[in-house]
Write a protein of this length. Structure first.
Length: 96
């Protein structure tokens, strides 16, 4: 069972790393929403993340910048008409 969901966790780790890297690169540089989304698209493509794309990541204005949130669900078939489901919700705040 664990082997079935391992790819989900590996991809989640990539997404978390991407969010943190984009934050580190853009934090304090007055980025626009478009710049944030573009940076996310490039990194998701480079890391070959297939379960989530930049359009699935929400970017909302917050008091001091933008809240960037990646939520996703990964389902893997399991014998007997069952599914193993993992969900993740990662977010960072990018300051202006």
């Amino acid at each position: 069972a664990i082997l079935k969901v391992t790819p989900c966790y590996l991809e989640q780790m990539k997404v978390t790393s991407i969010l943190e890297d984009v934050k580190r690169n853009l934090d304090g540089n007055s980025p626009s929403m478009a710049q944030i989304r573009n940076a996310l698209e490039k990194r998701l493509d480079i890391e070959m993340v297939t379960g989530i794309n930049a359009k699935d990541i929400t970017i909302k204005k917050s008091g001091s910048g933008y809240l960037v949130q990646a939520k996703d669900e990964c389902r893997k078939a399991f014998p007997g008409n069952l599914y193993l489901v993992t969900e993740f919700d990662e977010q960072v705040e990018i300051r202006r």
